[in-house]
Design a protein. Structure first.
Length: 262
């Protein structure tokens, strides 16, 4: 079995600067090597923390800063360790891993594709994302929930829900992004969903699940209260092998043709 080397903060490259092309008040946090990690237990206070290097920064100290995630992985492991905002910047497929659910997921800017990896049972998502690069949501070992707790309908950020994640949408005023949603895990419509709570182009992949909780009515496409948007390009598609999971008392009026967005 490969052993992951654990580094201390003293072996990090940490640069605080207000010059050299960085924004004023930037702290550069560098864990250089892929497969290595370092624990940051002290508080970080800056305008911006820029994470570079392919390694993992496991942060359990208080963070009073926005995060610019340029390379590698940043772990939120303390009750006060969530950055005030997160930008997935420059390089694709970097990871924000959440090990503590005390603070909601903040505003995300998707300048590059990236992943939010959930190591908590459930996490609230309280601010709309920005940017057109794809946000992937996934979990560890079992299905983990990301609960949309704001109106994100003006955002066009595409969202991929991977196999161990559940994107939950429901409650008055809570709406997902008006983007391209690819569901390989689960999309769950909670009680009292707002009209157009999942706008955009939504595809339930083979073995992916669209779950509707007890008592919810899902109108036909284009009807009053349509949950999946009423613009001409708003569609819901079930690929072959996709699962529609309906709770007790659900009324489903939306037409389905497998493989076709309707």
């Amino acid at each position: 079995m490969k052993t992951i080397q654990k580094l201390t903060l003293g072996l990090l490259t940490v640069v605080a600067t207000a010059t050299s092309g960085f924004a004023s008040g930037t702290l550069v946090l560098d864990v250089v090597t892929l497969g290595e990690s370092a624990d940051v237990t002290g508080a970080l206070t800056a305008a911006t923390v820029q994470k570079i290097g392919n390694g993992i920064a496991n942060v359990s100290g208080a963070v009073s800063a926005a995060l610019q995630l340029t390379d590698g992985q940043f772990n939120v492991s303390g009750a006060s360790s969530m950055p005030s905002a997160v930008t997935f910047d420059l390089n694709a497929d970097n990871i924000l891993k959440v090990n503590n659910a005390t603070v909601a997921l903040p505003a995300l800017t998707m300048s590059a594709s990236g992943e939010v990896l959930l190591n908590v049972a459930s996490l609230s998502w309280a601010a709309a994302p920005a940017g057109a690069a794809t946000l992937t949501i996934d979990g560890l070992t079992s299905i983990r929930n990301l609960v949309v707790a704001a109106d994100m309908g003006t955002s066009v950020t595409p969202i991929t829900v991977d196999t161990l994640a559940n994107l939950q949408v429901g409650g008055a005023g809570n709406k997902s992004t008006d983007g391209i949603h690819t569901i390989s895990g689960m999309l769950e419509i909670l009680a009292s969903p707002a009209a157009e709570c999942v706008p955009g182009i939504t595809t339930i992949q083979s073995a992916g699940v669209l779950k509707v909780v007890d008592g919810v009515t899902v109108p036909a496409a284009g009807d009053s209260g349509d949950l999946f948007g009423n613009d001409p390009d708003d569609t819901l598609k079930f690929n072959s092998g996709a699962v529609l999971r309906l709770g007790n008392g659900v009324t489903w009026a939306r037409a389905i043709t497998v493989g076709t967005g309707l």
